[in-house]
Design a protein around this ligand. Structure first.
Ligand code: 13P
Length: 256
């Protein structure tokens, strides 16, 4: 973390969990525990159907609501899809783009991610762009190359003035939902590289203003050490965001 230059951001990604009946007690539990965090921003990226409820419950408190995806076209005949303008009008501030599960199961490409980032910004939404390598790519020693390409694609056609609104989340795919966290050195190295890519494309001032999160089995036990690294400005939390106490422990680690 480096609060002098950028925000610390802890975002929960509920993924495809919690129907409305279960969402309410979880939202209440998180609100009770986490709404006093002063030094870090807290976001809950909930399923689409939970967005109106989350927006209503979090009104007036410091917790923001996020979406987990949006469509890459503005509107039209795309049955079953949800647009940027729709989530914006439902009270969403952040939107996860290019999560590895969408890249893997829904065929999302870097081109699609790039379109979505631009459309999110046009709709005054802050994209949380996920990047990260597969296990075999790490074993081949090409992690930094893979992540660099993903970051460059996400920044394609983004003017300098918009870059600080983008959050990057480094999520090594082998660490997601596996209980296997990247080491502090591995996570730091990639987050630092992401900042270097931004610096080379824009400049040092812009690069140091961008929030870069780590995600992948972050929990109450490892959060403090990861967040203690200068280039890791927050976390994108899956499993642990479904339990108010675990999530709050991470928020408190970021609130130091
Ligand atoms: P876990 O925290 O469950 O590993 O999930 C990470 C993630 O994919 C967040 O987007």
């Amino acid at each position: 973390m480096n609060r002098r230059y950028r925000k610390t951001l802890i975002a929960g990604n509920w993924k495809m969990n919690k129907p409305l009946t279960e969402a309410r007690p979880l939202l209440d539990g998180i609100k009770q525990r986490c709404s006093k965090a002063r030094w870090c921003e807290v976001v809950l990226c909930v399923p689409f159907v939970n967005i109106p409820l989350a927006s209503r419950l979090m009104k007036g408190c410091r917790i923001s609501v996020g979406a987990q995806n949006m469509h890459h076209e503005v509107s039209g005949a795309y049955t079953g899809e949800v647009s940027a303008a729709m989530i914006k009008s439902a009270g969403v501030k952040y939107v996860i783009i290019g999560h590895s599960e969408r890249r893997q199961y829904c065929g999302e490409t870097d081109e699609l991610v790039s379109k979505k980032v631009r459309l999110a910004l046009e709709n005054d939404l802050r994209p949380i762009v996920c990047v990260g390598e597969r296990l075999e790519q790490r074993e081949m020693g090409i992690t930094l190359e893979v992540v660099t390409l993903q970051v460059k694609a996400a920044l394609d056609q983004i003017p300098a003035g918009q870059v600080r609104k983008i959050v990057f989340a480094y999520e090594p795919i082998w660490a997601i939902g596996t209980g296997r966290t990247a080491t502090v050195e591995q996570a730091s190295e990639v987050c630092k590289e992401i900042r270097a890519v931004i610096r080379k494309k824009y400049d040092a001032r812009i690069a140091r203003s961008v929030t870069i999160q780590y995600g992948g089995s972050m929990n109450a036990d490892n959060a403090k050490e990861l967040l203690g690294q200068p280039d890791i400005d927050g976390g994108l939390i899956g499993g642990a965001s479904l339990d108010p106490d675990s999530f709050n422990a991470i928020v408190q680690a970021a609130n130091q």
